[in-house]
Each structure stands twice: as structure tokens, then as C-alpha cells.
Design a protein around this ligand. Structure first.
Ligand SMILES: [Cu+2]
Length: 187
């Protein structure tokens, strides 16, 4: 779901709300008295409620961008170290501005992490993760998700053996050079 669609939806709901108010006012003019005015008031509340629904949708998008659905990391309340049997989920967003967010992911030594990577916007990205030297060199065989198109989400599970250093990056042409990489911090 993109923001433009939300904007159109919101505009449509505002128009619907205004139409309701108009009907309420006309009813009020035609009949007078307190009951029609009360009905018009209900129209106002209804319009606000629908707009509120649109705003909640925008809030959900915000959650996706900030990685709010990722499992808690080391030091956070509720943290459970990821294992090969039960990997910890970390959400990554690949943005049209050529960034992988969050750009720093903190893990406990030897954790297994499932990265759920989503491309926002029309630019196609990749997601490579592993030893920092291999990721920097785009070394063949380094685990990666390739050709991740607009609004697609794919997963990659990786076990970080030892102290690192580890990193992640997008090697679509020009993206790494533009700064499309991130750091794994091993606690
Ligand atoms: Cu990229």
C-alpha cells in the first residue's frame, strides 16, 4: 500500500464527510429544531472517525519503516537470542534513498537472525549479509537476496559465528558506493 493511495483515500473520505455535513445542514434548514442539528453533529463525528482510520493506516506504514515489528534486540525487554531452531526476526527496509534501515543491527554472539527485507519505492535492491570483508567485496557465495522489487518482502536466515566483523549491503549497481550498507554490532 503506498502513501499516494492513502492520500486519495483520505481525500475521498473528507469529501464524503463534507457531503454528510451538507445533508445534515440542509435537513436542519428544512425542519429546524434540535433533532436535525444533533444529526448534523453525528455527521461531523462520522467524518472525523473515517479520517482517523486513514491516519491509522499511515501509522502502520510508519511502523514498517522503523522496524517496529522486529523482535526485541539484546538489552531490550523481552529479548530472546535467536537460534537455528528459532531465529530472531529483524526487519530491514530498503529505501529509494539507497539506505538499508536500520543501518545498525545489534546481535548477541552466535545468534541466528532471520532478516525480513522489504523494498520501499520503485528501485530494485539486494540484501547481502556476512563477514564484512566478503560483503564489501561482493564476494561470490556470500548469502544474499537478489532483485528485490517494489514492495516485495523476502527473508534470509544467517548464523553469525564468532566475533565478526559482520555487515550487510546492497550491491545493485552504484548502491553500495552511495552508502547502501549497514553494520552488525556483536554484543
Ligand atoms: Cu540498493
Amino acid at each position: 500500500m503506498n502513501s499516494r493511495r492513502f492520500a486519495w483515500l483520505g481525500a475521498a473520505l473528507v469529501v464524503a464527510g463534507i457531503a454528510l455535513l451538507g445533508i445534515g445542514s440542509l435537513t436542519s434548514l428544512a425542519t429546524g429544531g434540535s433533532t436535525p442539528r444533533g444529526w448534523a453533529g453525528t455527521g461531523i463525528v462520522g467524518g472525523s472517525g473515517m479520517m482517523g482510520g486513514g491516519w491509522a493506516g499511515a501509522g502502520m506504514m510508519g511502523g514498517s519503516w522503523s522496524g517496529a515489528a522486529s523482535a526485541p534486540g539484546p538489552g531490550a525487554s523481552g529479548f530472546v537470542a535467536g537460534t537455528q531452531a528459532a531465529p530472531r526476526v529483524v526487519q530491514i527496509v530498503a529505501t529509494p534513498q539507497l539506505r538499508l534501515l536500520p543501518a545498525v543491527v545489534t546481535i548477541q554472539a552466535d545468534e541466528t537472525i532471520t532478516f525480513e527485507v522489504t523494498t520501499m519505492g520503485p528501485v530494485v535492491h539486494e540484501f547481502m549479509v556476512g563477514p564484512a570483508a566478503d560483503v564489501a567485496a561482493d564476494k561470490a557465495g556470500t548469502p544474499e537476496i537478489a532483485d528485490l522489487g517494489m514492495m516485495q518482502t523476502r527473508s534470509l536466515t544467517y548464523t553469525f559465528a564468532g566475533p565478526g566483523p559482520f555487515s550487510f549491503a546492497c550491491h545493485a549497481p552504484g548502491h553500495y558506493e552511495a552508502g547502501m550498507s549497514g553494520t552488525i554490532v556483536v554484543q
